[in-house]
Design a protein around this ligand. Structure first.
Ligand SMILES: *Cc1c(COP(=O)(O)O)cnc(C)c1O
Length: 381
């Protein structure tokens, strides 16, 4: 199946008893047994372990990422937490210096006393990255494009290094989605998603996912998930599955609108830098053309003035773009990283990676592009 077919049919079957085309919402915590320890259906005993609605979503996730096993979690961070629980005191993890704020907070705060050592590096400097690898290194964790600065990393090049050193390699694919790039095909072992964003696509739920190529690794992660409990409920599983069915259509429009918004901003007299991989001025534009099918709907920019007050005034004047956390829904959102998504990153750390006071991140939705550009123009006046 091609991708646009997989989003609709991948891993899906009519329901066994009625032939319902859509997997129903199995709102149950438990399943009958015919004799002690003999469940009515061999796959279902208790819903923390398995639920048919979640199973349908997990099969769809595996299908669209070209993986073998999908797991659906109660949030993106719960998915990340489950993966990091694979490691123990003394292990080392190499990750990037530009990460989603919540991931950074988990690595530096929640796992601070775990004995797991995290290295935050500029992943495009492959020599420095490789020089950090030692016998304790177990995992490499990346995001591409990154949040909020839209930095790209060459997934295939990193995979070559992680394979050589026998390390696990995980990619947070939230921004790109499998419509734009498939990390498992490029050599990664695990894909993570905040399904809250583009996979769900309608800003109506919180959900996360892990997808693995290796079924054995999938099994180990499922054990951790079932034994710690951060599963996705049946209603939200149904909604994410429904969202995935239009992922290709939504992403196509997000990309078209994102490109136009980026071009508009780049020409505007008040704007200094636009961070968008679809612009020839983006430092990784060539890599983006190679690694991604298109360039997505996330656009970040700053002001020539460099002034906080210009950013605030712009955000307050927006009419159609809603000033709100999150991204990836059908509606356009605007975010002020220093006060919102990246407020948990220490000031010195964020200035090191250019998350300045006047930086703004847009999640460009799928509304009419003329209305979106008009809103941006009036707010910039
Ligand atoms: C939102 C987000 C997360 C965290 O996911 P939640 O569903 O909010 O827990 C992780 N990574 C990226 C890139 C995100 O945008």
């Amino acid at each position: 199946m091609k991708f646009n077919t997989k989003v609709i049919h991948g891993g899906q079957h009519p329901e066994a008893t009625t032939g319902a085309v859509m997997t129903p919402i199995y709102q149950t915590s438990t399943y009958a047994q015919t004799s002690p320890g003999k469940p009515f259906h061999e796959d279902y005993e208790y819903a923390r372990t398995t639920n048919p609605t979640r199973t349908a979503l997990e099969n769809a996730l595996a299908s669209i990422e070209n993986g073998e096993r999908g797991l659906a979690f109660s949030s993106g961070l719960a998915a990340t937490d489950c993966l990091i629980r694979m490691f123990k005191s003394g292990d080392e993890i190499i990750t990037m210096d530009d990460l989603y704020g919540g991931t950074y907070r988990m690595f530096t705060n929640i796992f601070k006393d775990s004995g797991i050592k995290f290295h935050f590096v500029e992943m495009n400097d492959l020599d420095t990255f490789e020089s950090l690898i030692n016998e304790n290194t177990k995992l490499v964790w990346i995001e591409t494009p990154t949040n909020p600065l839209m930095k790209l990393v060459d997934i295939a090049k990193i995979a070559k290094i992680t394979k050589k050193h026998n390390l696990l390699f995980a990619v947070d694919n939230t921004f790109a989605t499998p419509y734009l790039q498939k990390p498992l095909d490029l050599g990664a072992d695990v894909v993570m998603h905040s399904a809250t964003k583009y996979l769900g696509g309608h800003s109506d739920l919180i959900a996360g996912a892990l997808v693995t190529k290796d079924p054995e690794l999938g099994k180990k992660l499922h054990f951790k998930q079932f034994a710690t409990g951060a599963i996705l409920g049946p209603m939200d599983s149904f909604l994410v599955l429904r969202g995935i069915k239009t992922l290709h259509l939504r992403m196509q429009r997000h990309c078209e609108n994102g490109q136009k918004v980026a071009e508009f901003l780049e020409k505007h007299a008040k704007i200094k830098t636009v961070y968008y991989p679809g612009l020839p001025s983006h430092p990784s534009h060539e890599l983006a053309k190679k690694q991604m099918k298109d360039f997505g709907g996330m656009v970040t920019f700053n002001f020539k003035s460099g002034e906080l007050k210009d950013a605030i005034s712009f955000l307050e004047k927006l009419q159609l773009f809603t000033l709100a956390e999150s991204l990836g829904g059908v509606e356009s959102l605007a975010n002020h990283p220093i006060n919102m998504s990246h407020a948990s990153v220490p000031v010195a750390k964020r200035l090191e990676v250019d998350i300045t006071d006047d930086l703004i991140r847009l999640s460009v939705g799928i509304e009419d592009i003329d209305d979106l550009l008009e809103d941006l123009a009036q707010a910039l006046k």
